[in-house]
Design a protein around this ligand. Structure first.
Ligand SMILES: [Zn+2]
Length: 70
């Protein structure tokens, strides 16, 4: 398994790309799950898995502070 990273050129969302070195996949393409920009196109029978790591707009999430338990 080869792991690399990819950043959407449009919305800067960060993806982790896992490429299987033992399994044969199929040619394909993937688009950014956030903005729909084409991220990658491959013509070889590769098995690629894309995982969204950090959506740009959620990089600094505003998490409400939970109320302390009384
Ligand atoms: Zn995007």
């Amino acid at each position: 398994m080869k792991i690399s990273s990819l950043t959407c050129p449009h919305c800067q969302a960060a993806y982790e790309v896992a490429e299987s070195t033992s399994l044969v996949g199929a040619p394909g393409r993937t688009d950014c799950g956030i903005c729909g920009t084409p991220l990658a196109v491959w013509n070889e029978p590769k098995l690629l898995a894309f995982r969204l790591v950090v959506p740009h707009e959620h990089k600094y999430p505003r998490v409400p502070v939970p109320a302390p338990l009384a």
